[in-house]
Write a protein that binds this ligand. Structure first.
Ligand SMILES: [Zn+2]
Length: 308
């Protein structure tokens, strides 16, 4: 496999308060983890600025204006109990989106087989009209729409293994049969959505995993529910909302996956990508709040994408 790693050099422009789990050190930990010799084969690219107006592909017309209004002249502003926007957050959002779209270009033009984007802040909680849960714009959703708009992709799948349900992604696509959304997540847990009865127009698969259920329950759920539905959808492209907060070390959740579980789930998604869409996968970092857990999960995920 040829794999692109997209890094966001200005990730620290998005600031959160001292002690907030979603912090710039997360990206530093990911970059350090991928410096190892086993990752020498990665093609590496710096995230360019993307056009934030593309957020209107998935968010309402007033959304960006509301974000800009919430942005303070200096320091940090607060959007909800745990979501913050700082003076230069819009720059970080623009490169996070630009990085994801550069990865999309590279994969859909056949330059590489797959790509991983080390970007922050995460995006999958951002709904059509509401930023929330550390997320300011829904980058994976914009990337899916751009695959359709720019490249004519007819069927785009998003698989979300972040420990939290991607309520924003579901909100955006729940009435659209051209986008498939599958999420495995801990339940009960923030944001409270993602019950298996939420199926959209037949294009949404939610797998709710109980706390302390571990990797075996996850593997069973992917084999029984998510992978057959994904294969049946026959995507032209698979996007991954790659959160690493299901890791046993993570302080925000209790699913207790180990490093090897991230290798397994990545390999299974690659099996479907190989069978259905010429290996095309674009993976975007979402959550993961213990730096060692995050690094361990990312190492397995990216090594698997590379085919090593
Ligand atoms: Zn999460």
């Amino acid at each position: 496999m040829t794999t692109l790693l997209v890094s966001q050099n200005n990730f620290a422009d998005h600031q959160t308060p001292q002690g907030h789990p979603e912090r710039a050190d997360r990206i530093r930990a990911v970059e350090e983890a991928l410096e190892d010799a086993q990752f020498a084969g990665l093609m590496r690219r710096s995230a360019p600025f993307g056009d934030l107006m593309l957020a209107e592909l998935v968010h309402d017309g007033a959304y960006l204006g509301r974000l800009r209004d919430a942005r303070p002249a200096e320091g940090m502003g607060q959007i909800d109990a745990d979501t913050f926007i700082s003076h230069r957050s819009m720059d970080a959002l623009a490169t996070g989106l630009g990085g994801a779209l550069a990865a999309l270009d590279a994969v859909l033009l056949g330059e590489v087989d797959n790509a991983f984007c080390a970007i922050r802040p995460p995006g999958h909680h951002a709904e059509i009209a509401t930023p929330m849960g550390f997320c300011l714009i829904n980058t994976v959703a914009i990337t899916a729409r751009e695959a359709q708009r720019k490249y004519g992709a007819e069927r785009v799948a998003i698989v979300d293994f972040d420990v939290h349900h991607g309520n924003g992604t579901q909100d955006i696509f729940k009435d659209d049969p051209s986008v498939f959304y599958a999420s495995s997540h801990q339940m009960p847990l923030y944001p409270g959505t993602g019950h298996p009865s939420e199926t959209g127009v037949g294009n949404v698969v939610n797998v709710a995993l109980p706390s302390h259920s571990g990797g075996a329950a996850m593997r069973g759920a992917y084999l029984d529910k998510i992978l057959p539905a994904l294969d049946n959808f026959a995507p032209d492209l698979i996007l991954i909302s790659a959160g690493f907060d299901a890791h046993i070390r993570d302080p925000l959740a209790q699913l207790e996956w180990v490093d090897e579980d991230f290798r397994w789930v990545t390999a299974r998604l690659m099996d479907v990508a190989g069978a259905r869409c010429g290996n095309r996968i674009v993976s975007l970092l979402e959550g993961g709040y213990d730096l060692r857990g995050l690094a361990g999960g990312v190492r397995q995920h990216v090594a698997t994408l590379l085919g090593s």
